[in-house]
Write a protein that binds this ligand. Structure first.
Ligand code: AMP
Length: 414
């Protein structure tokens, strides 16, 4: 186990990725890998024409035949595209999938916000039950917990459905009509295109106006109200604590009913470590039949950064165990064979590739902090032996080549 200062970044990534895979297997989610880019149309239709992602943040380019392609800015639309293309509902009425991969958004880079970043996400395609919303939230929180993160907050909301949301949008427009001039320029645009997004504007002037705006809870239809009530009931029975925030709307148009976000106090202004929600009409929007679904996505860089800030301890790469040194270049073939034999038995081994003197090889072995140095020389080879130096106590012993592994393994266990 290592402390923050000496943990290479890659060890965090291995650690996080392993936990994601382990936990999601216990929930029955299977990994899906989709391409890094898709037809632009998929994101325009899926995420929504009025969203910041589609309007300002996509890396879009033309291929040689003039087709418009886009580096994926998020994982849900590509997963749904693959779900439809491969007719996955035929095998299983509820497809439970997860992904891990890089995403691209042309945003202003700052701490916690990058133009290429990594997400893991899970999608449950095919159920309208709030039970599956609860499961997705539970699985995400379990991953964070296994990773070792503390003090995370879950915020939930319902953003309504096709039936009730238009009434709420109208009420919002009525409310903001006379206040439009008091809003920031982005929100003035949002007023026409997507008034819901005014609710989560970070600007003080807008937040002031949002304070007394109509609340979604007065407009939800019976179905949405029941769905949200049931979700809270299931979260309570799982003993998951949450805050309800009617202003949580999220940046993608496809959300319906449940919207949620997990935030970490450690992350400053980019405090969302993950978020998700229901997208009951996305499959339909992309050409399939009505297939209610729910999903979640989290940024891996933000998880790593929270881990660093919370000094989460993780197992780290143990380094090289054995260095095989040669007395002269004549011994290279034998050393190569010995290294191969050690590695094949699952023990890490290294040798010299730079024609170093035996002294320099010993210095390198020291630097690598190996447990054993095996010295291969003509004298020892005549007897089918090598000299093994135990680096922790300095003792040296001649050992038969056939006994190297049992020797290393037994002394390792002592
Ligand atoms: P979203 O798809 O916008 O709901 O984002 C889901 C999660 O991905 C967020 O909660 C962040 O943790 C992470 N994320 C989104 N955009 C970025 C970005 N530009 N850089 C790093 N992480 C991001």
């Amino acid at each position: 186990m290592h402390q923050k200062a000496d943990i290479p970044q890659i060890d965090y990534w291995y650690y996080i990725e392993n936990i994601i895979k382990e936990v999601l297997q216990t929930y029955g989610y299977r990994e899906i890998r989709t391409p890094a880019f898709e037809h632009t149309e998929l994101f325009v239709r899926g995420i929504g024409e009025t969203t910041d992602i589609v309007n300002k943040e996509m890396f879009t380019f033309q291929d040689r035949k003039g087709r418009s392609l886009t580096l994926r800015p998020e994982g849900t639309a590509p997963v749904v595209r693959a779900f439809l293309e491969h007719n996955m509902s035929r095998e299983n009425p509820l497809a439970k999938l997860f992904y891990l991969g890089n995403m691209f958004r042309c945003e202003k880079p700052q701490a916690g916000r990058y133009r290429q970043f990594n997400q893991f996400g899970l999608e449950a395609i095919g159920s309208q039950s709030p039970l599956i919303d609860a499961e997705i939230i539970q699985a995400s929180l379990e991953i964070y917990k296994k990773i070792g993160l503390a003090d995370l907050k879950l915020i939930i909301n319902s953003v309504g459905c096709r039936k009730c949301r238009p009434k709420y949008l109208k009420a919002l427009k009525d409310y903001f009509r006379d206040r439009k001039e008091l809003l920031c320029s982005d929100c003035r645009e949002r007023y026409d295109k997507n008034p819901l997004r005014i609710l989560d504007c970070k600007k003080k002037q807008c937040q002031k106006e949002v304070k007394n705006s109509p609340t979604i809870f007065d407009y939800l239809c019976e179905d949405c109200k029941n769905h949200f009530r049931k979700l809270r009931e299931y979260l309570d029975s799982l003993e998951i604590t949450y805050q309800v925030n009617p202003l949580l709307v999220r940046g993608l148009d496809y959300y319906t009913k449940t919207a949620f976000e997990i935030i970490s106090g450690e992350l400053g202004s980019q405090n969302a470590i993950g978020g998700g929600g229901r997208y009951d009409y996305l499959v339909e929007e992309l050409g399939g039949k009505y297939t209610p679904s729910v999903g979640f996505a989290a940024g891996i860089e933000r998880i790593v950064s929270t881990m660093e800030k919370q000094a989460v301890r993780i197992p780290s790469w143990e380094g090289i165990k054995v260095f095989v040194a040669t007395v002269s270049s004549e011994d290279n073939s034998s050393a190569l064979k010995i290294v191969k034999q050690i590695r094949e038995n699952g023990v890490s081994a290294e040798m010299d590739f730079l024609d170093k003197s035996i002294k320099a090889q010993m210095r390198l072995a020291n630097k690598l902090n190996v447990s054993y140095v095996l010295i291969v020389g003509q004298e020892e080879l005549k007897e089918q032996k090598v000299t093994i130096k135990n680096m922790s106590n300095g003792q040296q012993e001649k050992v038969a080549i056939s006994k190297i592994l049992p020797y290393i393994k037994t002394s390792q266990e002592e």
